[in-house]
Design a protein around this ligand. Sequence first.
Ligand code: ATP
Ligand code: MG
Length: 575
Amino acid sequence: MRMSKIYMPTLREMPAEAEIPSHKLLLRAGMIRKLVSGIYSYLPLGYRVIRKVEQIVREEMDDAGSQELLMSAIQPREIWEATGRWDNFGPEMFKLRDRNDREFCLGPTHEEYFTNLIKDEIKSYKQLPLNLYQIQTKYRDEKRPRFGLMRCREFIMKDAYSFDVDEDSMKVAYENMWQAYDKVFTRLKLKFKVVQGDTGAMGGKVSHEFMATSEVGESLIAYCDHCDYAATDEKAEVVYDVEGGVGELELERVHTPEVTTIDALVEFFGIDHSKFAKAIVYSAQGKPVIALIPGDRELNETKLCNYLGIGEHDLEMADGDTILSITGADKGFTGPIGIKEDVRILVDSRISKMKNLVVGGNETDYHIKNANYGRDFSGEVVEDLLLVKEGDRCPKCGQKLKMDRGIEVGNIFQLGTKYSDSLHAKFLDENGKEKPFIMGSYGIGVSRSVAAVVEQYHDEDGIIWPLVVAPYHVIITVINTKDEVQLELGEKLYTDLKSMGVEVLIDDRNERAGVKFKDRDLIGIPIRITAGKKSKDSVVEYSIRGEEGRIEVPITDIIPLIKEEFNKAGLNFLK
Ligand code: ATP
Ligand code: MG
């Protein structure tokens, strides 16, 4: 492709809306453009990267025995109604009606659809196991679309579904997909961790997430250096040493005017954060619920939702009026003592072991000292409502946990029978008995993976594409296109390389060399050849994006050098 012809609208200025490197660079390099919030077009260079990522995913899925098909993005309400997810998926689902008022959604995922597809056609255990996948556009009306390709409302996903006769066989399918994902992300050159995930709205009990490590990642990972434990912050079980304390002291009402935060209370009472119990009032499906946790900890909303059996969109912070109506006090003075009886109080198990806590007084400007679970208040004790933090104990080996940030690029789930049960998808086993399919589902964020690669491979000048996903392998820069010798040499190399199956760009624009160098850094093509003054001696400059140094080489040496790069990247040099 010629740079004089390519549709690659690069930007000199930093796009104001973009906060993270991949978003900025993909926009600046003319690889993506925003239509509206969370909805992007992939421009020619960007789309080439998308297709390469898709191809790697496709090869590994095929190799793992999964079969590719393509389903519609539009799905009828009925199949979602059957699993309860028409409502439970919440506002993330894009819904629409046809001219006859029939309701549909734009698929945010395809468990229902795949189950429905096979249920009348796969009748016998002899046809199992089955694993199907597609690479397709998904729609989710995300609450906070942001970070370019990272969190979109329309994005490309590879989704796969496995159908098995029993749990053991499903676990084999799961393991098989895990291996395939390892291969995909390794081939994409991503540094990643596999961590336990929360199964949330998907159903099932076991899931793992593939996290590309990145400081701008939206996910937090807790992991242990001493054993192999790793989990998302949503999932990670919280274990830490709680001080039990001495005997129970007498309750004391304390005037605490305008002291409404834990930090302010710490200052007021002159005692440690851990001596307070924090009461957080939520509205869960419209009903007030109080969560009571240690003052030095944060609440984990995923755990709260799982305990309540609701989706995260059904949970919101209660407003001041709600708080007033159940406590009789303003926000900041809520406590567990004397709350209206029909309000559920969920007590983190640590609170039930701690002694003589300071709690809100349920009266504006008052707190209560020496509150003790059992004696002064009760509630539903929940094993764990807390968000993990650095230094907590590893639930597996007891050592100290560390925290890292990651970009979730893939997710695998053991679903069990949630979908086959509700959609009556059954087969006949060896004894002629009807059984529901045991399912798994497996997603890879194709477009998000592109953003993850950019996050891990860039510098201040632009993207540094790994050769395997680069939009083009080679860029030839002709320094002065008015110099016939330079242009001719560049053109010859361009034709030769193309004929060998190398994907090559030639910068044949009538621009200053500085502009060409800046653009080439920005778009991040890995192998760079510069035809300049020495072209008359058939000598060009050769360098690799992101690596120090450049060498002058006779053009006869170029092909072996490129072959070497291909070999290093595990790519076949075609001809
Ligand atoms: P997240 O926790 O980031 O919202 P998820 O758990 O909702 O992700 P899945 O339903 O497991 O995601 O979807 C499979 C994969 O699709 C994810 O691992 C991720 O890579 C990708 N993905 C999910 N939501 C988006 C989005 N809004 N934009 C881009 N990619 C996404
Ligand atoms: Mg999501």
